[in-house]
Every structure is written in structure tokens, then in C-alpha cells.
Design a protein around this ligand. Structure first.
Ligand SMILES: NC(=O)c1ccc[n+]([C@@H]2O[C@H](COP(=O)([O-])OP(=O)(O)OC[C@H]3O[C@@H](n4cnc5c(N)ncnc54)[C@H](O)[C@@H]3O)[C@@H](O)[C@H]2O)c1
Length: 243
């Protein structure tokens, strides 16, 4: 069997970088995607593992960049079997003060970026009649959250997109699922104060924030060839928050 190739967007750090390491450990060719600075620490780790990878700069919300990421992946590895749409941003604020540009920007990266990447990768997956698409949503896309009208809308949109793609591509051997993390310790949640983190932990049935490994494990599970009968699902990895 050919070696599988996985593209993980926004993977220079945090959950994305953890996914890159998890796929590399499983022997996949990995496509790292970053926006500004090359993620040297991650690249060093991949080199020391002897991993097969390329690192591609690109903004997923820009159509040409999404095209270029997929093109470079195919040039390097022949095809793409797994796409993990992890790139995401937050620009939090209360509704009354939220600027339209901040609403649009978050939708642009989190939702349109996910759409751009799925559209670009679907051709090669359809040709091979095989694919695993995993979109990183959020518990906030299921439950909503005060101060995150833009972010919650984008992540709820990702769920609708996931189910539509799952239905559209099901007969082509391609599954599409979403992983909805709860609160995970990364740069994104680094802005929270210790008091806020303690209050959040208290509200989580499992009483602690998640780790990047928790999310990478779920992504890897959905990416497996054996997970072929799971599609259009939203797997909450949230310590029980959204049940
Ligand atoms: N940390 C959490 O608690 C949490 C919870 C639920 C969902 N998520 C989601 O998980 C994903 C990863 O988040 P994280 O916590 O690792 O945060 P992070 O900020 O550490 O990582 C986000 C990554 O996305 C990249 N990125 C941003 N805009 C991009 C663009 N336009 N094109 C390509 N890459 C871009 C960033 O450079 C960064 O590497 C995001 O989609 C986020 O919304 C995180």
C-alpha cells in the first residue's frame, strides 16, 4: 500500500503541531502549513524523527494559497489521503462592540479557509476514491459562548460544512468528520488568567483543561482507514463539557 500523506493546516504550533507529530509517528508523509515564521522547533523534531515532510507557507483563507498548499503536497508525495483543517483564529469581543471586520475575519479563516482546503483537496481524493477529512470545530460551535459570536458562528458553520461534505463525498470513499475540542492548553487559551482557567476547569465534568495530545488522538482515530464507517460526525473532545 502507498504511504499515506496528511496535510495539517495551521500546524506550526499548538494542536496542529501535535497532529503533525502524531501522523509522522504513524509513518505518514506530513505537510506542515504555517503563515508567517517557519516553525523551526517543529521542523527540528521532525528531522530528528527522520520524518518525511514538507513545510509550506500559506494563508488558508486565500484561495490561491490553498491551491498552492495542495499542489505542493501532490508534487512532493503524489496524492493526499488526509486533510486536517486545524488553522483557526479568535477575535473575541462582546456583540455590541464587535466590529464587522472582526466578525468577517474570523469567518474567513475558520470557515472559508476550511472550505477552500476541502475544495482543493477533493479532486485528488475523488480520483483515488479515498480520503479522510477532519475539521477542527469547537465545543463553542455546539454550545455558543458569550463574547465569541464570530468564533462560535464560524465553528458552527464548520459543523454544517462537515455534514454537507460528508453527504456529498460519501460515495467516493471519502469521509468527513469534525472534532470539537473543549478548552485545550495552547497559545489560544494562553490569554486566559489563572482564575479564568480555574473557573473553566470547575465547569468541566473531568475537572481539567484538555491537552493537545487528547485532540491529536481523536484526529488520528478518525483518519484511520478502519474508521471508514464514520462520517458526518462531530466528536466532542471536551472532558464532558457539551454533554
Ligand atoms: N485551544 C483551544 O482551547 C481550542 C478549543 C477549541 C477549538 N480549537 C481550535 O483548534 C485549532 C488549533 O488551535 P490552537 O489552540 O492550537 O491555537 P493556536 O493559535 O496555537 O494555533 C492556531 C494555528 O493556526 C494558524 N493560522 C491562523 N490563521 C491561519 C491562516 N489564515 N492560514 C493558515 N494558518 C493559520 C496559526 O498560525 C497557528 O499555527 C483552531 O482551529 C482552534 O479554533 C482550540
Amino acid at each position: 500500500m502507498d504511504k499515506m500523506t496528511a496535510i495539517i493546516t495551521g500546524s506550526g504550533r499548538g494542536i496542529g503541531a501535535e497532529c503533525v507529530l502524531a501522523f509522522a509517528k504513524e509513518g505518514y508523509n506530513v505537510v506542515v502549513n504555517y503563515t508567517s515564521r517557519e516553525p523551526l522547533e517543529l521542523v527540528e523534531k521532525l528531522d530528528s524523527m527522520g520524518a518525511s515532510y514538507i513545510a509550506v507557507k500559506g494563508d488558508v483563507s486565500v484561495e490561491e494559497d490553498a491551491k498552492a498548499i495542495v499542489k505542493k503536497a501532490i508534487e512532493a508525495f503524489g496524492t493526499v489521503s488526509v486533510l486536517v483543517n486545524n488553522a483557526g483564529i479568535a477575535k473575541d469581543g462582546l456583540l455590541l462592540r464587535m466590529k464587522t471586520e472582526d466578525f468577517r475575519k474570523v469567518l474567513d479563516v475558520n470557515l472559508t479557509g476550511t472550505f477552500n482546503m476541502i475544495r482543493e483537496v477533493s479532486g485528488t481524493m475523488v480520483k483515488k476514491r479515498y480520503g479522510r477529512i477532519i475539521n477542527i470545530s469547537s465545543v463553542v460551535g455546539i454550545m455558543g459562548n458569550a463574547g465569541q459570536a464570530n468564533y462560535a458562528s464560524s465553528k458552527a458553520g464548520v459543523i454544517g460544512l462537515t455534514k454537507s461534505v460528508a453527504r456529498e463525498l460519501a460515495r467516493r470513499g471519502i469521509t468527513c468528520n469534525a472534532v470539537a475540542p473543549g478548552y485545550v492548553s495552547t497559545d489560544m487559551t494562553g490569554v486566559l488568567t489563572d482564575e479564568q482557567k480555574a473557573a473553566i476547569s470547575e465547569s468541566i465534568p473531568l475537572k481539567e483543561l484538555g491537552k493537545t495530545e487528547d485532540i491529536a488522538n481523536a484526529v488520528l482515530f478518525l483518519a484511520k482507514r478502519e474508521s471508514s464507517y464514520i462520517t458526518g460526525q462531530v466528536l466532542a473532545v471536551d472532558g464532558g463539557m457539551s454533554m
